[in-house]
Design a protein. Structure first.
Length: 136
């Protein structure tokens, strides 16, 4: 098992990335008209969105499963899973993906849930006490 600072770093990184992902999804409808003139086309593109969802999913699952193995509390994973489902639905479900405002709402909510899950995991890891009942 890696040292606790690495766990904290992963959760902080994951929370920051997920919340940035949520901000990215919330800003898309506002900046879409301005994107070409401001040079935001790359930031708002589908390839960036796909890469963010894959990255957020891998980091979230890795970090939160790692955390769960330490603290044995399912709450953070219970928030992560609906967040990832929302992100993947917004990315892959065609009618939702093509509807600008619903897509932005679902992706923003998904990113926010993933960020909250990382913060919960960080708190659970920080409050975990090693005692006789602890296997780690």
């Amino acid at each position: 098992m890696p040292h606790t600072p690495l766990r904290h770093l992963l959760d902080r990184f994951g929370a920051t990335g997920s919340l940035l992902c949520a901000a990215h999804c919330a800003v898309i409808p506002l900046l879409l008209a301005l994107a070409p003139s401001l040079g935001f086309a790359l930031w708002l593109g589908e390839d960036t969105e796909r890469a963010l969802v894959v990255f957020v999913s891998l980091l979230g699952l890795t970090s939160l499963v790692w955390g769960y193995r330490r603290h044995r509390v399912i709450r953070a994973l219970a928030v992560l899973v609906p967040g990832l489902i929302a992100l993947w639905a917004g990315l892959l479900y065609e009618p939702l993906h093509l509807s600008l405002v619903p897509h932005a709402i679902v992706m923003t909510a998904g990113g926010a849930l993933v960020g909250i899950a990382h913060l919960m995991n960080l708190r659970l890891n920080h409050s975990h006490v090693h005692d006789a009942s602890c296997a780690h």
